[in-house]
Design a protein around this ligand. Sequence first.
Ligand SMILES: O=C(O)CCC(=O)C(=O)O
Length: 282
Amino acid sequence: MVFKPFRLALIQLGNITANKTDNLKHARDMILKAAANSKKPDLIVLPECFNSPYGHKHFPVYAETIAESESVKMLSAAAKETNTWLIGGSIPERDGEQLYNTCTVYSPQGDLVATHRKVHLFDIDIPGKITFKESETLSPGTTTNYFDTEFARIGLGICYDIRFPELSMISARQGCHVLIYPGAFNLTTGPLHWELLQRSRAVDNQVFFATCSPARDLTAGYHAWGHSMVVDPMAKVLVEAAEAEEIVFADIDPALLESARAGIPVTTQRRFDVYPDVSEGK
Ligand SMILES: O=C(O)CCC(=O)C(=O)O
């Protein structure tokens, strides 16, 4: 499987309003801006729920079917126009009666090459801090997903999916070199767990791990943590955004994955005679 050096751009998108048309226009402008940067990224990433305010009551209002989605049309056209791979964050998706939190991925030709429906819904209740119940309106995805580019195999997840090591483990054992999760942690769990979980998933699996969050907006109903990040296979943070809108770039160097695996060979020391391989049959 090909793994070559490439450059990643994470768009920590701000100004996500109640107006979808404005959100799509702003996201498009930022994709064009990232692509026009002298750093010339090979892959651009948007955050979770980039076209709608984040909240289960908003999902039914903003949901689109993939076949008729104006968001998908915009993302496909932007990928083609910039001739760049694009992970289109996530959008509320409608499929019949069901709604999903769905990530869509585009080739530089503008083809929709992969989707990932958030597998683990964000249902938490920390009294006095945060209560959120995506399952009030969303259904969970039922598949693990990755896509291949000319430079790497890339595994997908969305936000809360990061808390479930099995998903990352399965992607890594399917040969993914880089795991990319659009996400939107909050001001309670963000400071404690956002970086910790990414560095854990990276070091567990000796892969690169990246997240892309919306910018923090204290006037919005949901306060995103921000801090979009790229972590290397030794769990070193390569780049981290602050809270405001920002585009951050990272060079993904396969030599770092190779040296991590050579120096600490856990990938060949697993004891599937003692515990099961969660990727078996996947
Ligand atoms: O796991 C967390 O603390 C936050 C998850 C989240 O915000 C999400 O899944 O959208």
